[in-house]
Design a protein around this ligand. Structure first.
Ligand code: ATP
Length: 228
């Protein structure tokens, strides 16, 4: 179980998160929804160790990880797929995968099993892939790290619906293999279909938390997301 409790964080003079608590149970999918600028990306940056909170606490399986650095959290299985992806554009697909697999292990078979399309692109430079393929590569790299908790920031942003379908099939597979997901997603319907728990964040505070089935009251969306 991964927990964030009373997180306060921001940038220079700006406080963005004002006491945010989120619990990600083992194997669960938690969707984090909210309007632009609500603080979703900031929360994922805190969760991955990229941004230090000024107050609050994070735990992973009961262990305090509040002051862990990104590589320490990654070593414990907390894996961040940031908006904008985080691949090496000048390296080939194969090299990107090999760097992640490490120890001379070849992760390509597992990556291709998850995303067959990558199999046809192994020798291509990652920067010349389509946006969807780049996202698949980013996800495949994260997958090879055997994540325990995946932090996913708008991984379907700007992609064609067919690609988004493939990505969501992959996310489902990840959860079946035991990973838990903290999912920031613009496709609310898809996110809710996959999620076990949903949190709505509004101006740096959790405005609502519950199970997707409880979210039939569309007023909740209108109030906090400015959608529907
Ligand atoms: P979006 O969907 O637009 O990415 P978000 O919910 O992810 O929204 P954040 O990116 O967490 O929101 O941003 C929350 C607030 O923090 C915004 O007001 C934003 O302008 C501000 N902010 C984000 N990054 C920085 C930064 N590096 N320096 C200063 N302020 C920032």
């Amino acid at each position: 179980m991964f927990t964030l409790e009373g997180i306060v964080a921001g940038y220079a003079e700006t406080t963005v998160l004002r006491g945010v608590s989120v619990t990600v149970p083992d194997g669960a999918v938690v969707a984090l929804l909210g309007a632009n600028g609500a603080g979703k990306t900031t929360l994922l940056r805190v969760a991955s160790g990229l941004l230090r909170p000024t107050a609050g606490r994070m735990t992973l399986d009961g262990r305090d990880v509040t002051h862990h650095r990104p590589h320490q959290l990654a070593g414990l299985g907390v894996c961040h797929v940031p908006e904008g992806r985080g691949i090496f554009p000048s390296l080939t697909v194969r090299e990107n995968l090999a760097l992640q697999a490490g120890d001379g292990k070849d992760g390509t078979a597992r990556a291709v099993d998850a995303f067959p399309r990558l199999g046809e692109r192994m020798s291509q430079t990652a920067g010349t892939l389509s946006g969807g393929e780049q996202q698949m590569l980013a996800l495949a790299r994260a997958y090879l790290a055997n994540p325990k908790v995946m932090l996913l920031d708008e991984v379907s942003m700007g992609l064609a619906p067919k690609i988004v379908d493939e990505i969501f099939v992959f996310l489902e597979r990840l959860t079946k293999e035991g990973a838990s997901l903290l999912l920031v997603e613009q496709y609310v319907t898809r996110a809710l279909a996959l999620a076990d728990y949903v949190y709505l964040i509004n101006r740096g505070q959790i405005a609502y938390r519950g199970e997707p089935s409880e979210l039939e009251d569309e007023d909740v969306f209108a109030r906090y997301l400015g959608t529907h």
